[in-house]
Ligand binder design. Structure first.
Ligand code: SF4
Ligand code: SF4
Length: 386
């Protein structure tokens, strides 16, 4: 099936492709579970090769071929654990069928030999020239120590370094390395002397800000007040109404396009959209025509489907009403750079989503830490009291 190419706007900052939400680990802080309550293994059990919970490699080919190839805007494969897609062999099959460069977010669940065998000669597509590694391996202390019997970090460094034998660049300088290790700076995760001894001079290693609430404390810096902790910290009993749109193309394992990470994860934590997918597939993926029927009455619904012949990037432009404000996932509302380093270089805060018209209850207005900064995002009736 040949689909019309998408016109990617300059404002598009990220293309995230969740190949599968299955994962070999079960980290307590995993954000795939919006409640971060350690339930991800139950919510997303590993079911292996299945056409019902993922697109097939051929469907991914059709979907991805409509995304223009841009060296400065890779398609980031993530999950879950993307190496598990299609019984482990899917990554290489998809890469083989499209011309794009990819970044890969992984916990490196297989040995380098198996990984490269599964890649099926497609290594070059994961070797994008960029100031940082295109294969970004996450380190999860508790889970990796459990699986690798107490030598979690050492094993991970060995696996990354092992890629050298398969034509990948591996260097302690991250700008010269195709692979690097990243650790979520969760309060329980520490960089020990033993870890330093293991990675120094071998593989790049960096901390990654922990986003979310742990033991009642909020971690991370967010543009929109109470967006991630309103409910988690009991600040207010209900989520709020607002309007929201995204600057990222977020595609789930079945090709649905989502307006934010919370909506995507929430839909999947309730079992995914298998029935809706089957209905859509029977109608040749004409989401634009049939979504109002298939998703009638659903508050958590996708904004498009990548195999819909009528899907266009305009789907991301429109602000949509949301009544879930306050349960936003940190990666959507945290202050960060866009791909032009907007925050570091120009002081312009970028967030993955843009939110306006937040209907903030009066009793919360004087608890907003930076009211002047928040003012443009609040509904006009809220501002009167600010
Ligand atoms: S490895 Fe990543 S996706 Fe898997 S459970 Fe841990 S945090 Fe979640
Ligand atoms: S306000 Fe939060 S939950 Fe609602 S769409 Fe935006 S990011 Fe998602």
């Amino acid at each position: 099936m040949e689909l019309k190419p998408l016109q990617l706007p300059d404002s598009l900052n990220y293309i995230g492709l969740f190949l599968t939400l299955e994962c070999n680990l079960n980290c307590s802080y995993c954000i795939n579970d919006p409640e971060q309550s350690g339930r991800r293994a139950t919510l997303f059990p590993i079911q292996g090769k299945t056409t019902r919970k993922t697109l097939t490699p051929d469907q991914w080919r059709d979907a991805l071929l409509r995304i223009p190839v841009r060296e400065d805007l890779p398609i980031t494969l993530q999950g879950g654990e993307p190496m598990l897609y299609w019984g482990g062999k899917g990554l290489g099959i998809v890469l083989e069928r499209v011309p794009h460069s990819f970044d890969l977010l992984t916990n490196f669940p297989v040995t380098p030999d198996v990984f490269v065998r599964n890649l099926n000669g497609q290594q070059a597509k994961l070797q994008r020239r960029a100031p940082y590694p295109s294969i970004r391996v996450s380190y999860h202390a508790d889970e990796m120590d459990r699986v690798w019997k107490g030598r979690g970090f050492a094993e991970l460094v060995d696996r990354c370094e092992g890629l050298k034998d398969h034509g990948f660049r591996v260097s302690p300088d991250k700008s010269q390395s195709d692979v690097g290790i990243y650790m979520v700076e969760h309060p329980q995760n520490r960089v020990t002397a033993q870890m330093r001894a293991a990675f120094e001079g071998r593989v790049p290693f960096e901390g990654k800000e922990f986003l979310g609430v742990h033991e009642g404390k909020l971690y991370g810096h967010y543009l929109y007040p109470f967006s991630t902790d309103l409910i988690a910290r009991g600040i207010h009993p209900q989520t709020l109404h607002c309007e929201c749109r995204t600057t990222e193309l977020l595609i789930d394992p079945m090709g649905f396009v989502w307006g934010c990470h919370f909506y995507l994860y929430q839909a999947w934590s309730k079992g995914g959209l298998q029935q809706e997918f089957a209905a859509l597939e029977a109608e040749e993926f004409t989401f634009t025509q049939s979504a109002h029927r298939i998703f009638a009455g659903r508050r958590i619904a996708p904004i498009g489907h990548l195999l819909d012949p009528e899907f266009s990037m305009d789907a991301l432009k429109r602000y949509r009403a949301c009544d879930q404000y306050g349960r936003c996932i940190g990666c959507d509302t945290k202050i960060k750079n866009n791909r032009f380093q907007s925050y570091y270089d120009h002081g312009v805060a970028h967030t993955s989503v843009q939110i306006r018209g937040i209907q903030m209850p009066e009793h919360l207005l004087d608890r907003i830490a930076e009211p002047e900064r928040a003012r443009p995002f609040l509904a006009s009736e809220s501002i009167l009291d600010l």
